[in-house]
Design a protein around this ligand. Structure first.
Ligand code: NAD
Ligand code: GLY
Length: 361
């Protein structure tokens, strides 16, 4: 087991990464303070992993809530199911929620924990690659609104993250690729050596080589933990983690939640951010070619969907959380491993980039 720490003073917590962690009672129970535990999961993950988790919760009063599966259910209506169960079972302020699933379950259960009785403890047990390398770490929790992704949420750090790498064995190949998009993101924003390593090991990662996957997860989590420690509430450097996300969220919202996977949308979004960086004279076009080749090899999209017009894109991007006082703020690249925050980008440059990307279809 590899253990990393997110060092946030009295809200610090460990990230455990390894094989066979789900049933490890002594690891999990260390982080459950009260007697009552609610496991939040979905009908895909429950039959695969609930039985492995249950022995680790022995001795606790355990309830389970099974939410519908999918990004389209990451909303306020679904959230109510969690509160209904907590209240029906008379859970008090000392209870702990456990998110067992991908990023949708983690974000929803985390937000429920942030709200219930003004905040209770929760634990992240991420079972997708995307959740193991990104969403389970850092305390961002949220649900979607029909008009915008993750628009209703809170910062609320978990008590621990338990990433059992065995769970990735059942992950559909498309979901594995989507998770690799967030892995590539760390290489692009701050870890050029990791980007080089990913170029060499892309086939091994797609083939689920256990050792290389564990390395990629640990390195991603280390990168994320360092950023979160430096800027927990996204006053500055944490925004770099949103590379490709303003374009990506526009794709997810514009096409309807669940149509493109989050990782797919941000892969195309990262290519657009790189292309815009070239247009502004900051990045060499050879670096975009490298990025496109890497995403190709990971079976990720590099072109935005044809059925979203540049105007639709711009309208959707205007709802992004990074819009401040009406000015669009984007994360762009000055090199591989060097991302920057840029304010007040000329919409005409964005439209030109979108048109150029679409003409490459
Ligand atoms: P997801 O949660 O929808 O999971 C993908 C699919 O895989 C689902 O059908 C799920 O039921 C299934 N699944 C989960 N684990 C499985 C397993 N082990 N075997 C088989 N199937 C399994 O999607 P995701 O990619 O994990 O997460 C995407 C979400 O994460 C988005 O809503 C995104 O906004 C959010 N996100 C949040 C943060 C953050 O910092 N909070 C960061 C990145 C992404
Ligand atoms: N996924 C973006 C963040 O955690 O800040």
């Amino acid at each position: 087991m590899n253990t990393l720490t997110v060092d946030l003073g009295d809200r610090s917590y460990p990230i455990y990464i390894g094989s066979g962690l789900l049933g490890r009672r002594e690891v999990l129970q260390r982080h459950i303070s009260g007697h009552q535990v609610l496991v939040v999961t979905n009908p895909t993950v429950a039959p695969l992993y609930l039985d492995r988790l249950r022995p680790a919760l022995e001795g606790k009063q355990v309830a389970e809530v099974i939410l519908p599966d999918g990004e389209q259910y990451k909303n306020l209506t679904t959230l109510e199911q969690i509160f209904d169960t907590l209240l029906q079972q008379r859970f008090d302020r000392g209870c702990t929620l456990i998110a067992l699933g991908g990023g949708v379950i983690g974000d929803t259960a985390g937000f429920a924990a942030a709200c219930y009785q003004r905040g209770v403890h929760y634990i992240q047990i991420p079972t997708t690659l995307l959740a193991q390398v990104d969403s389970s770490v850092g305390g961002k929790t949220a649900v979607n609104h029909p008009r915008g992704k993750n628009m209703i949420g809170a910062f609320h750090q978990p008590r621990c993250v338990l990433a059992d790498t065995d769970t990735l064995a059942t992950l559909p190949q498309r979901e594995l690729s989507a998770g690799l998009a967030e892995v590539v993101k760390y290489g692009l924003i701050r870890d050029a050596d990791f980007f080089d390593w990913l170029e060499i090991h892309s086939a091994a990662l797609l083939a689920r080589d256990a050792q290389q996957l564990a390395h990629a997860i640990a390195r991603s989590c280390r990168n994320k933990a360092e950023i979160v420690v430096a800027d927990e509430r996204e006053g500055g450097v944490r925004a770099l983690l949103n590379l490709g996300h303003t374009f990506g969220h526009a794709i997810e919202t514009g096409l309807g939640y669940g149509e493109w996977l989050h990782g797919e949308a941000i892969a195309a979004g990262m290519v657009l951010a790189a292309q815009l960086s070239v247009r502004l004279g900051w990045l060499e076009s050879e670096q975009v070619d490298r990025l496109r080749r890497l995403f190709h090899s990971l079976h990720l999209p590099v072109i935005p969907p044809a059925d979203l017009s540049p105007e639709q894109f711009l309208n959707l991007m205007a709802v992004d959380k990074k819009v401040m006082a009406g000015r669009l703020r984007l994360i762009l690249l000055k090199g591989i491993g060097r991302a920057v925050i840029v304010d007040d980008i000329d919409p005409a440059a964005i439209v030109a980039t979108l048109n150029q990307a679409r003409s490459a279809e």
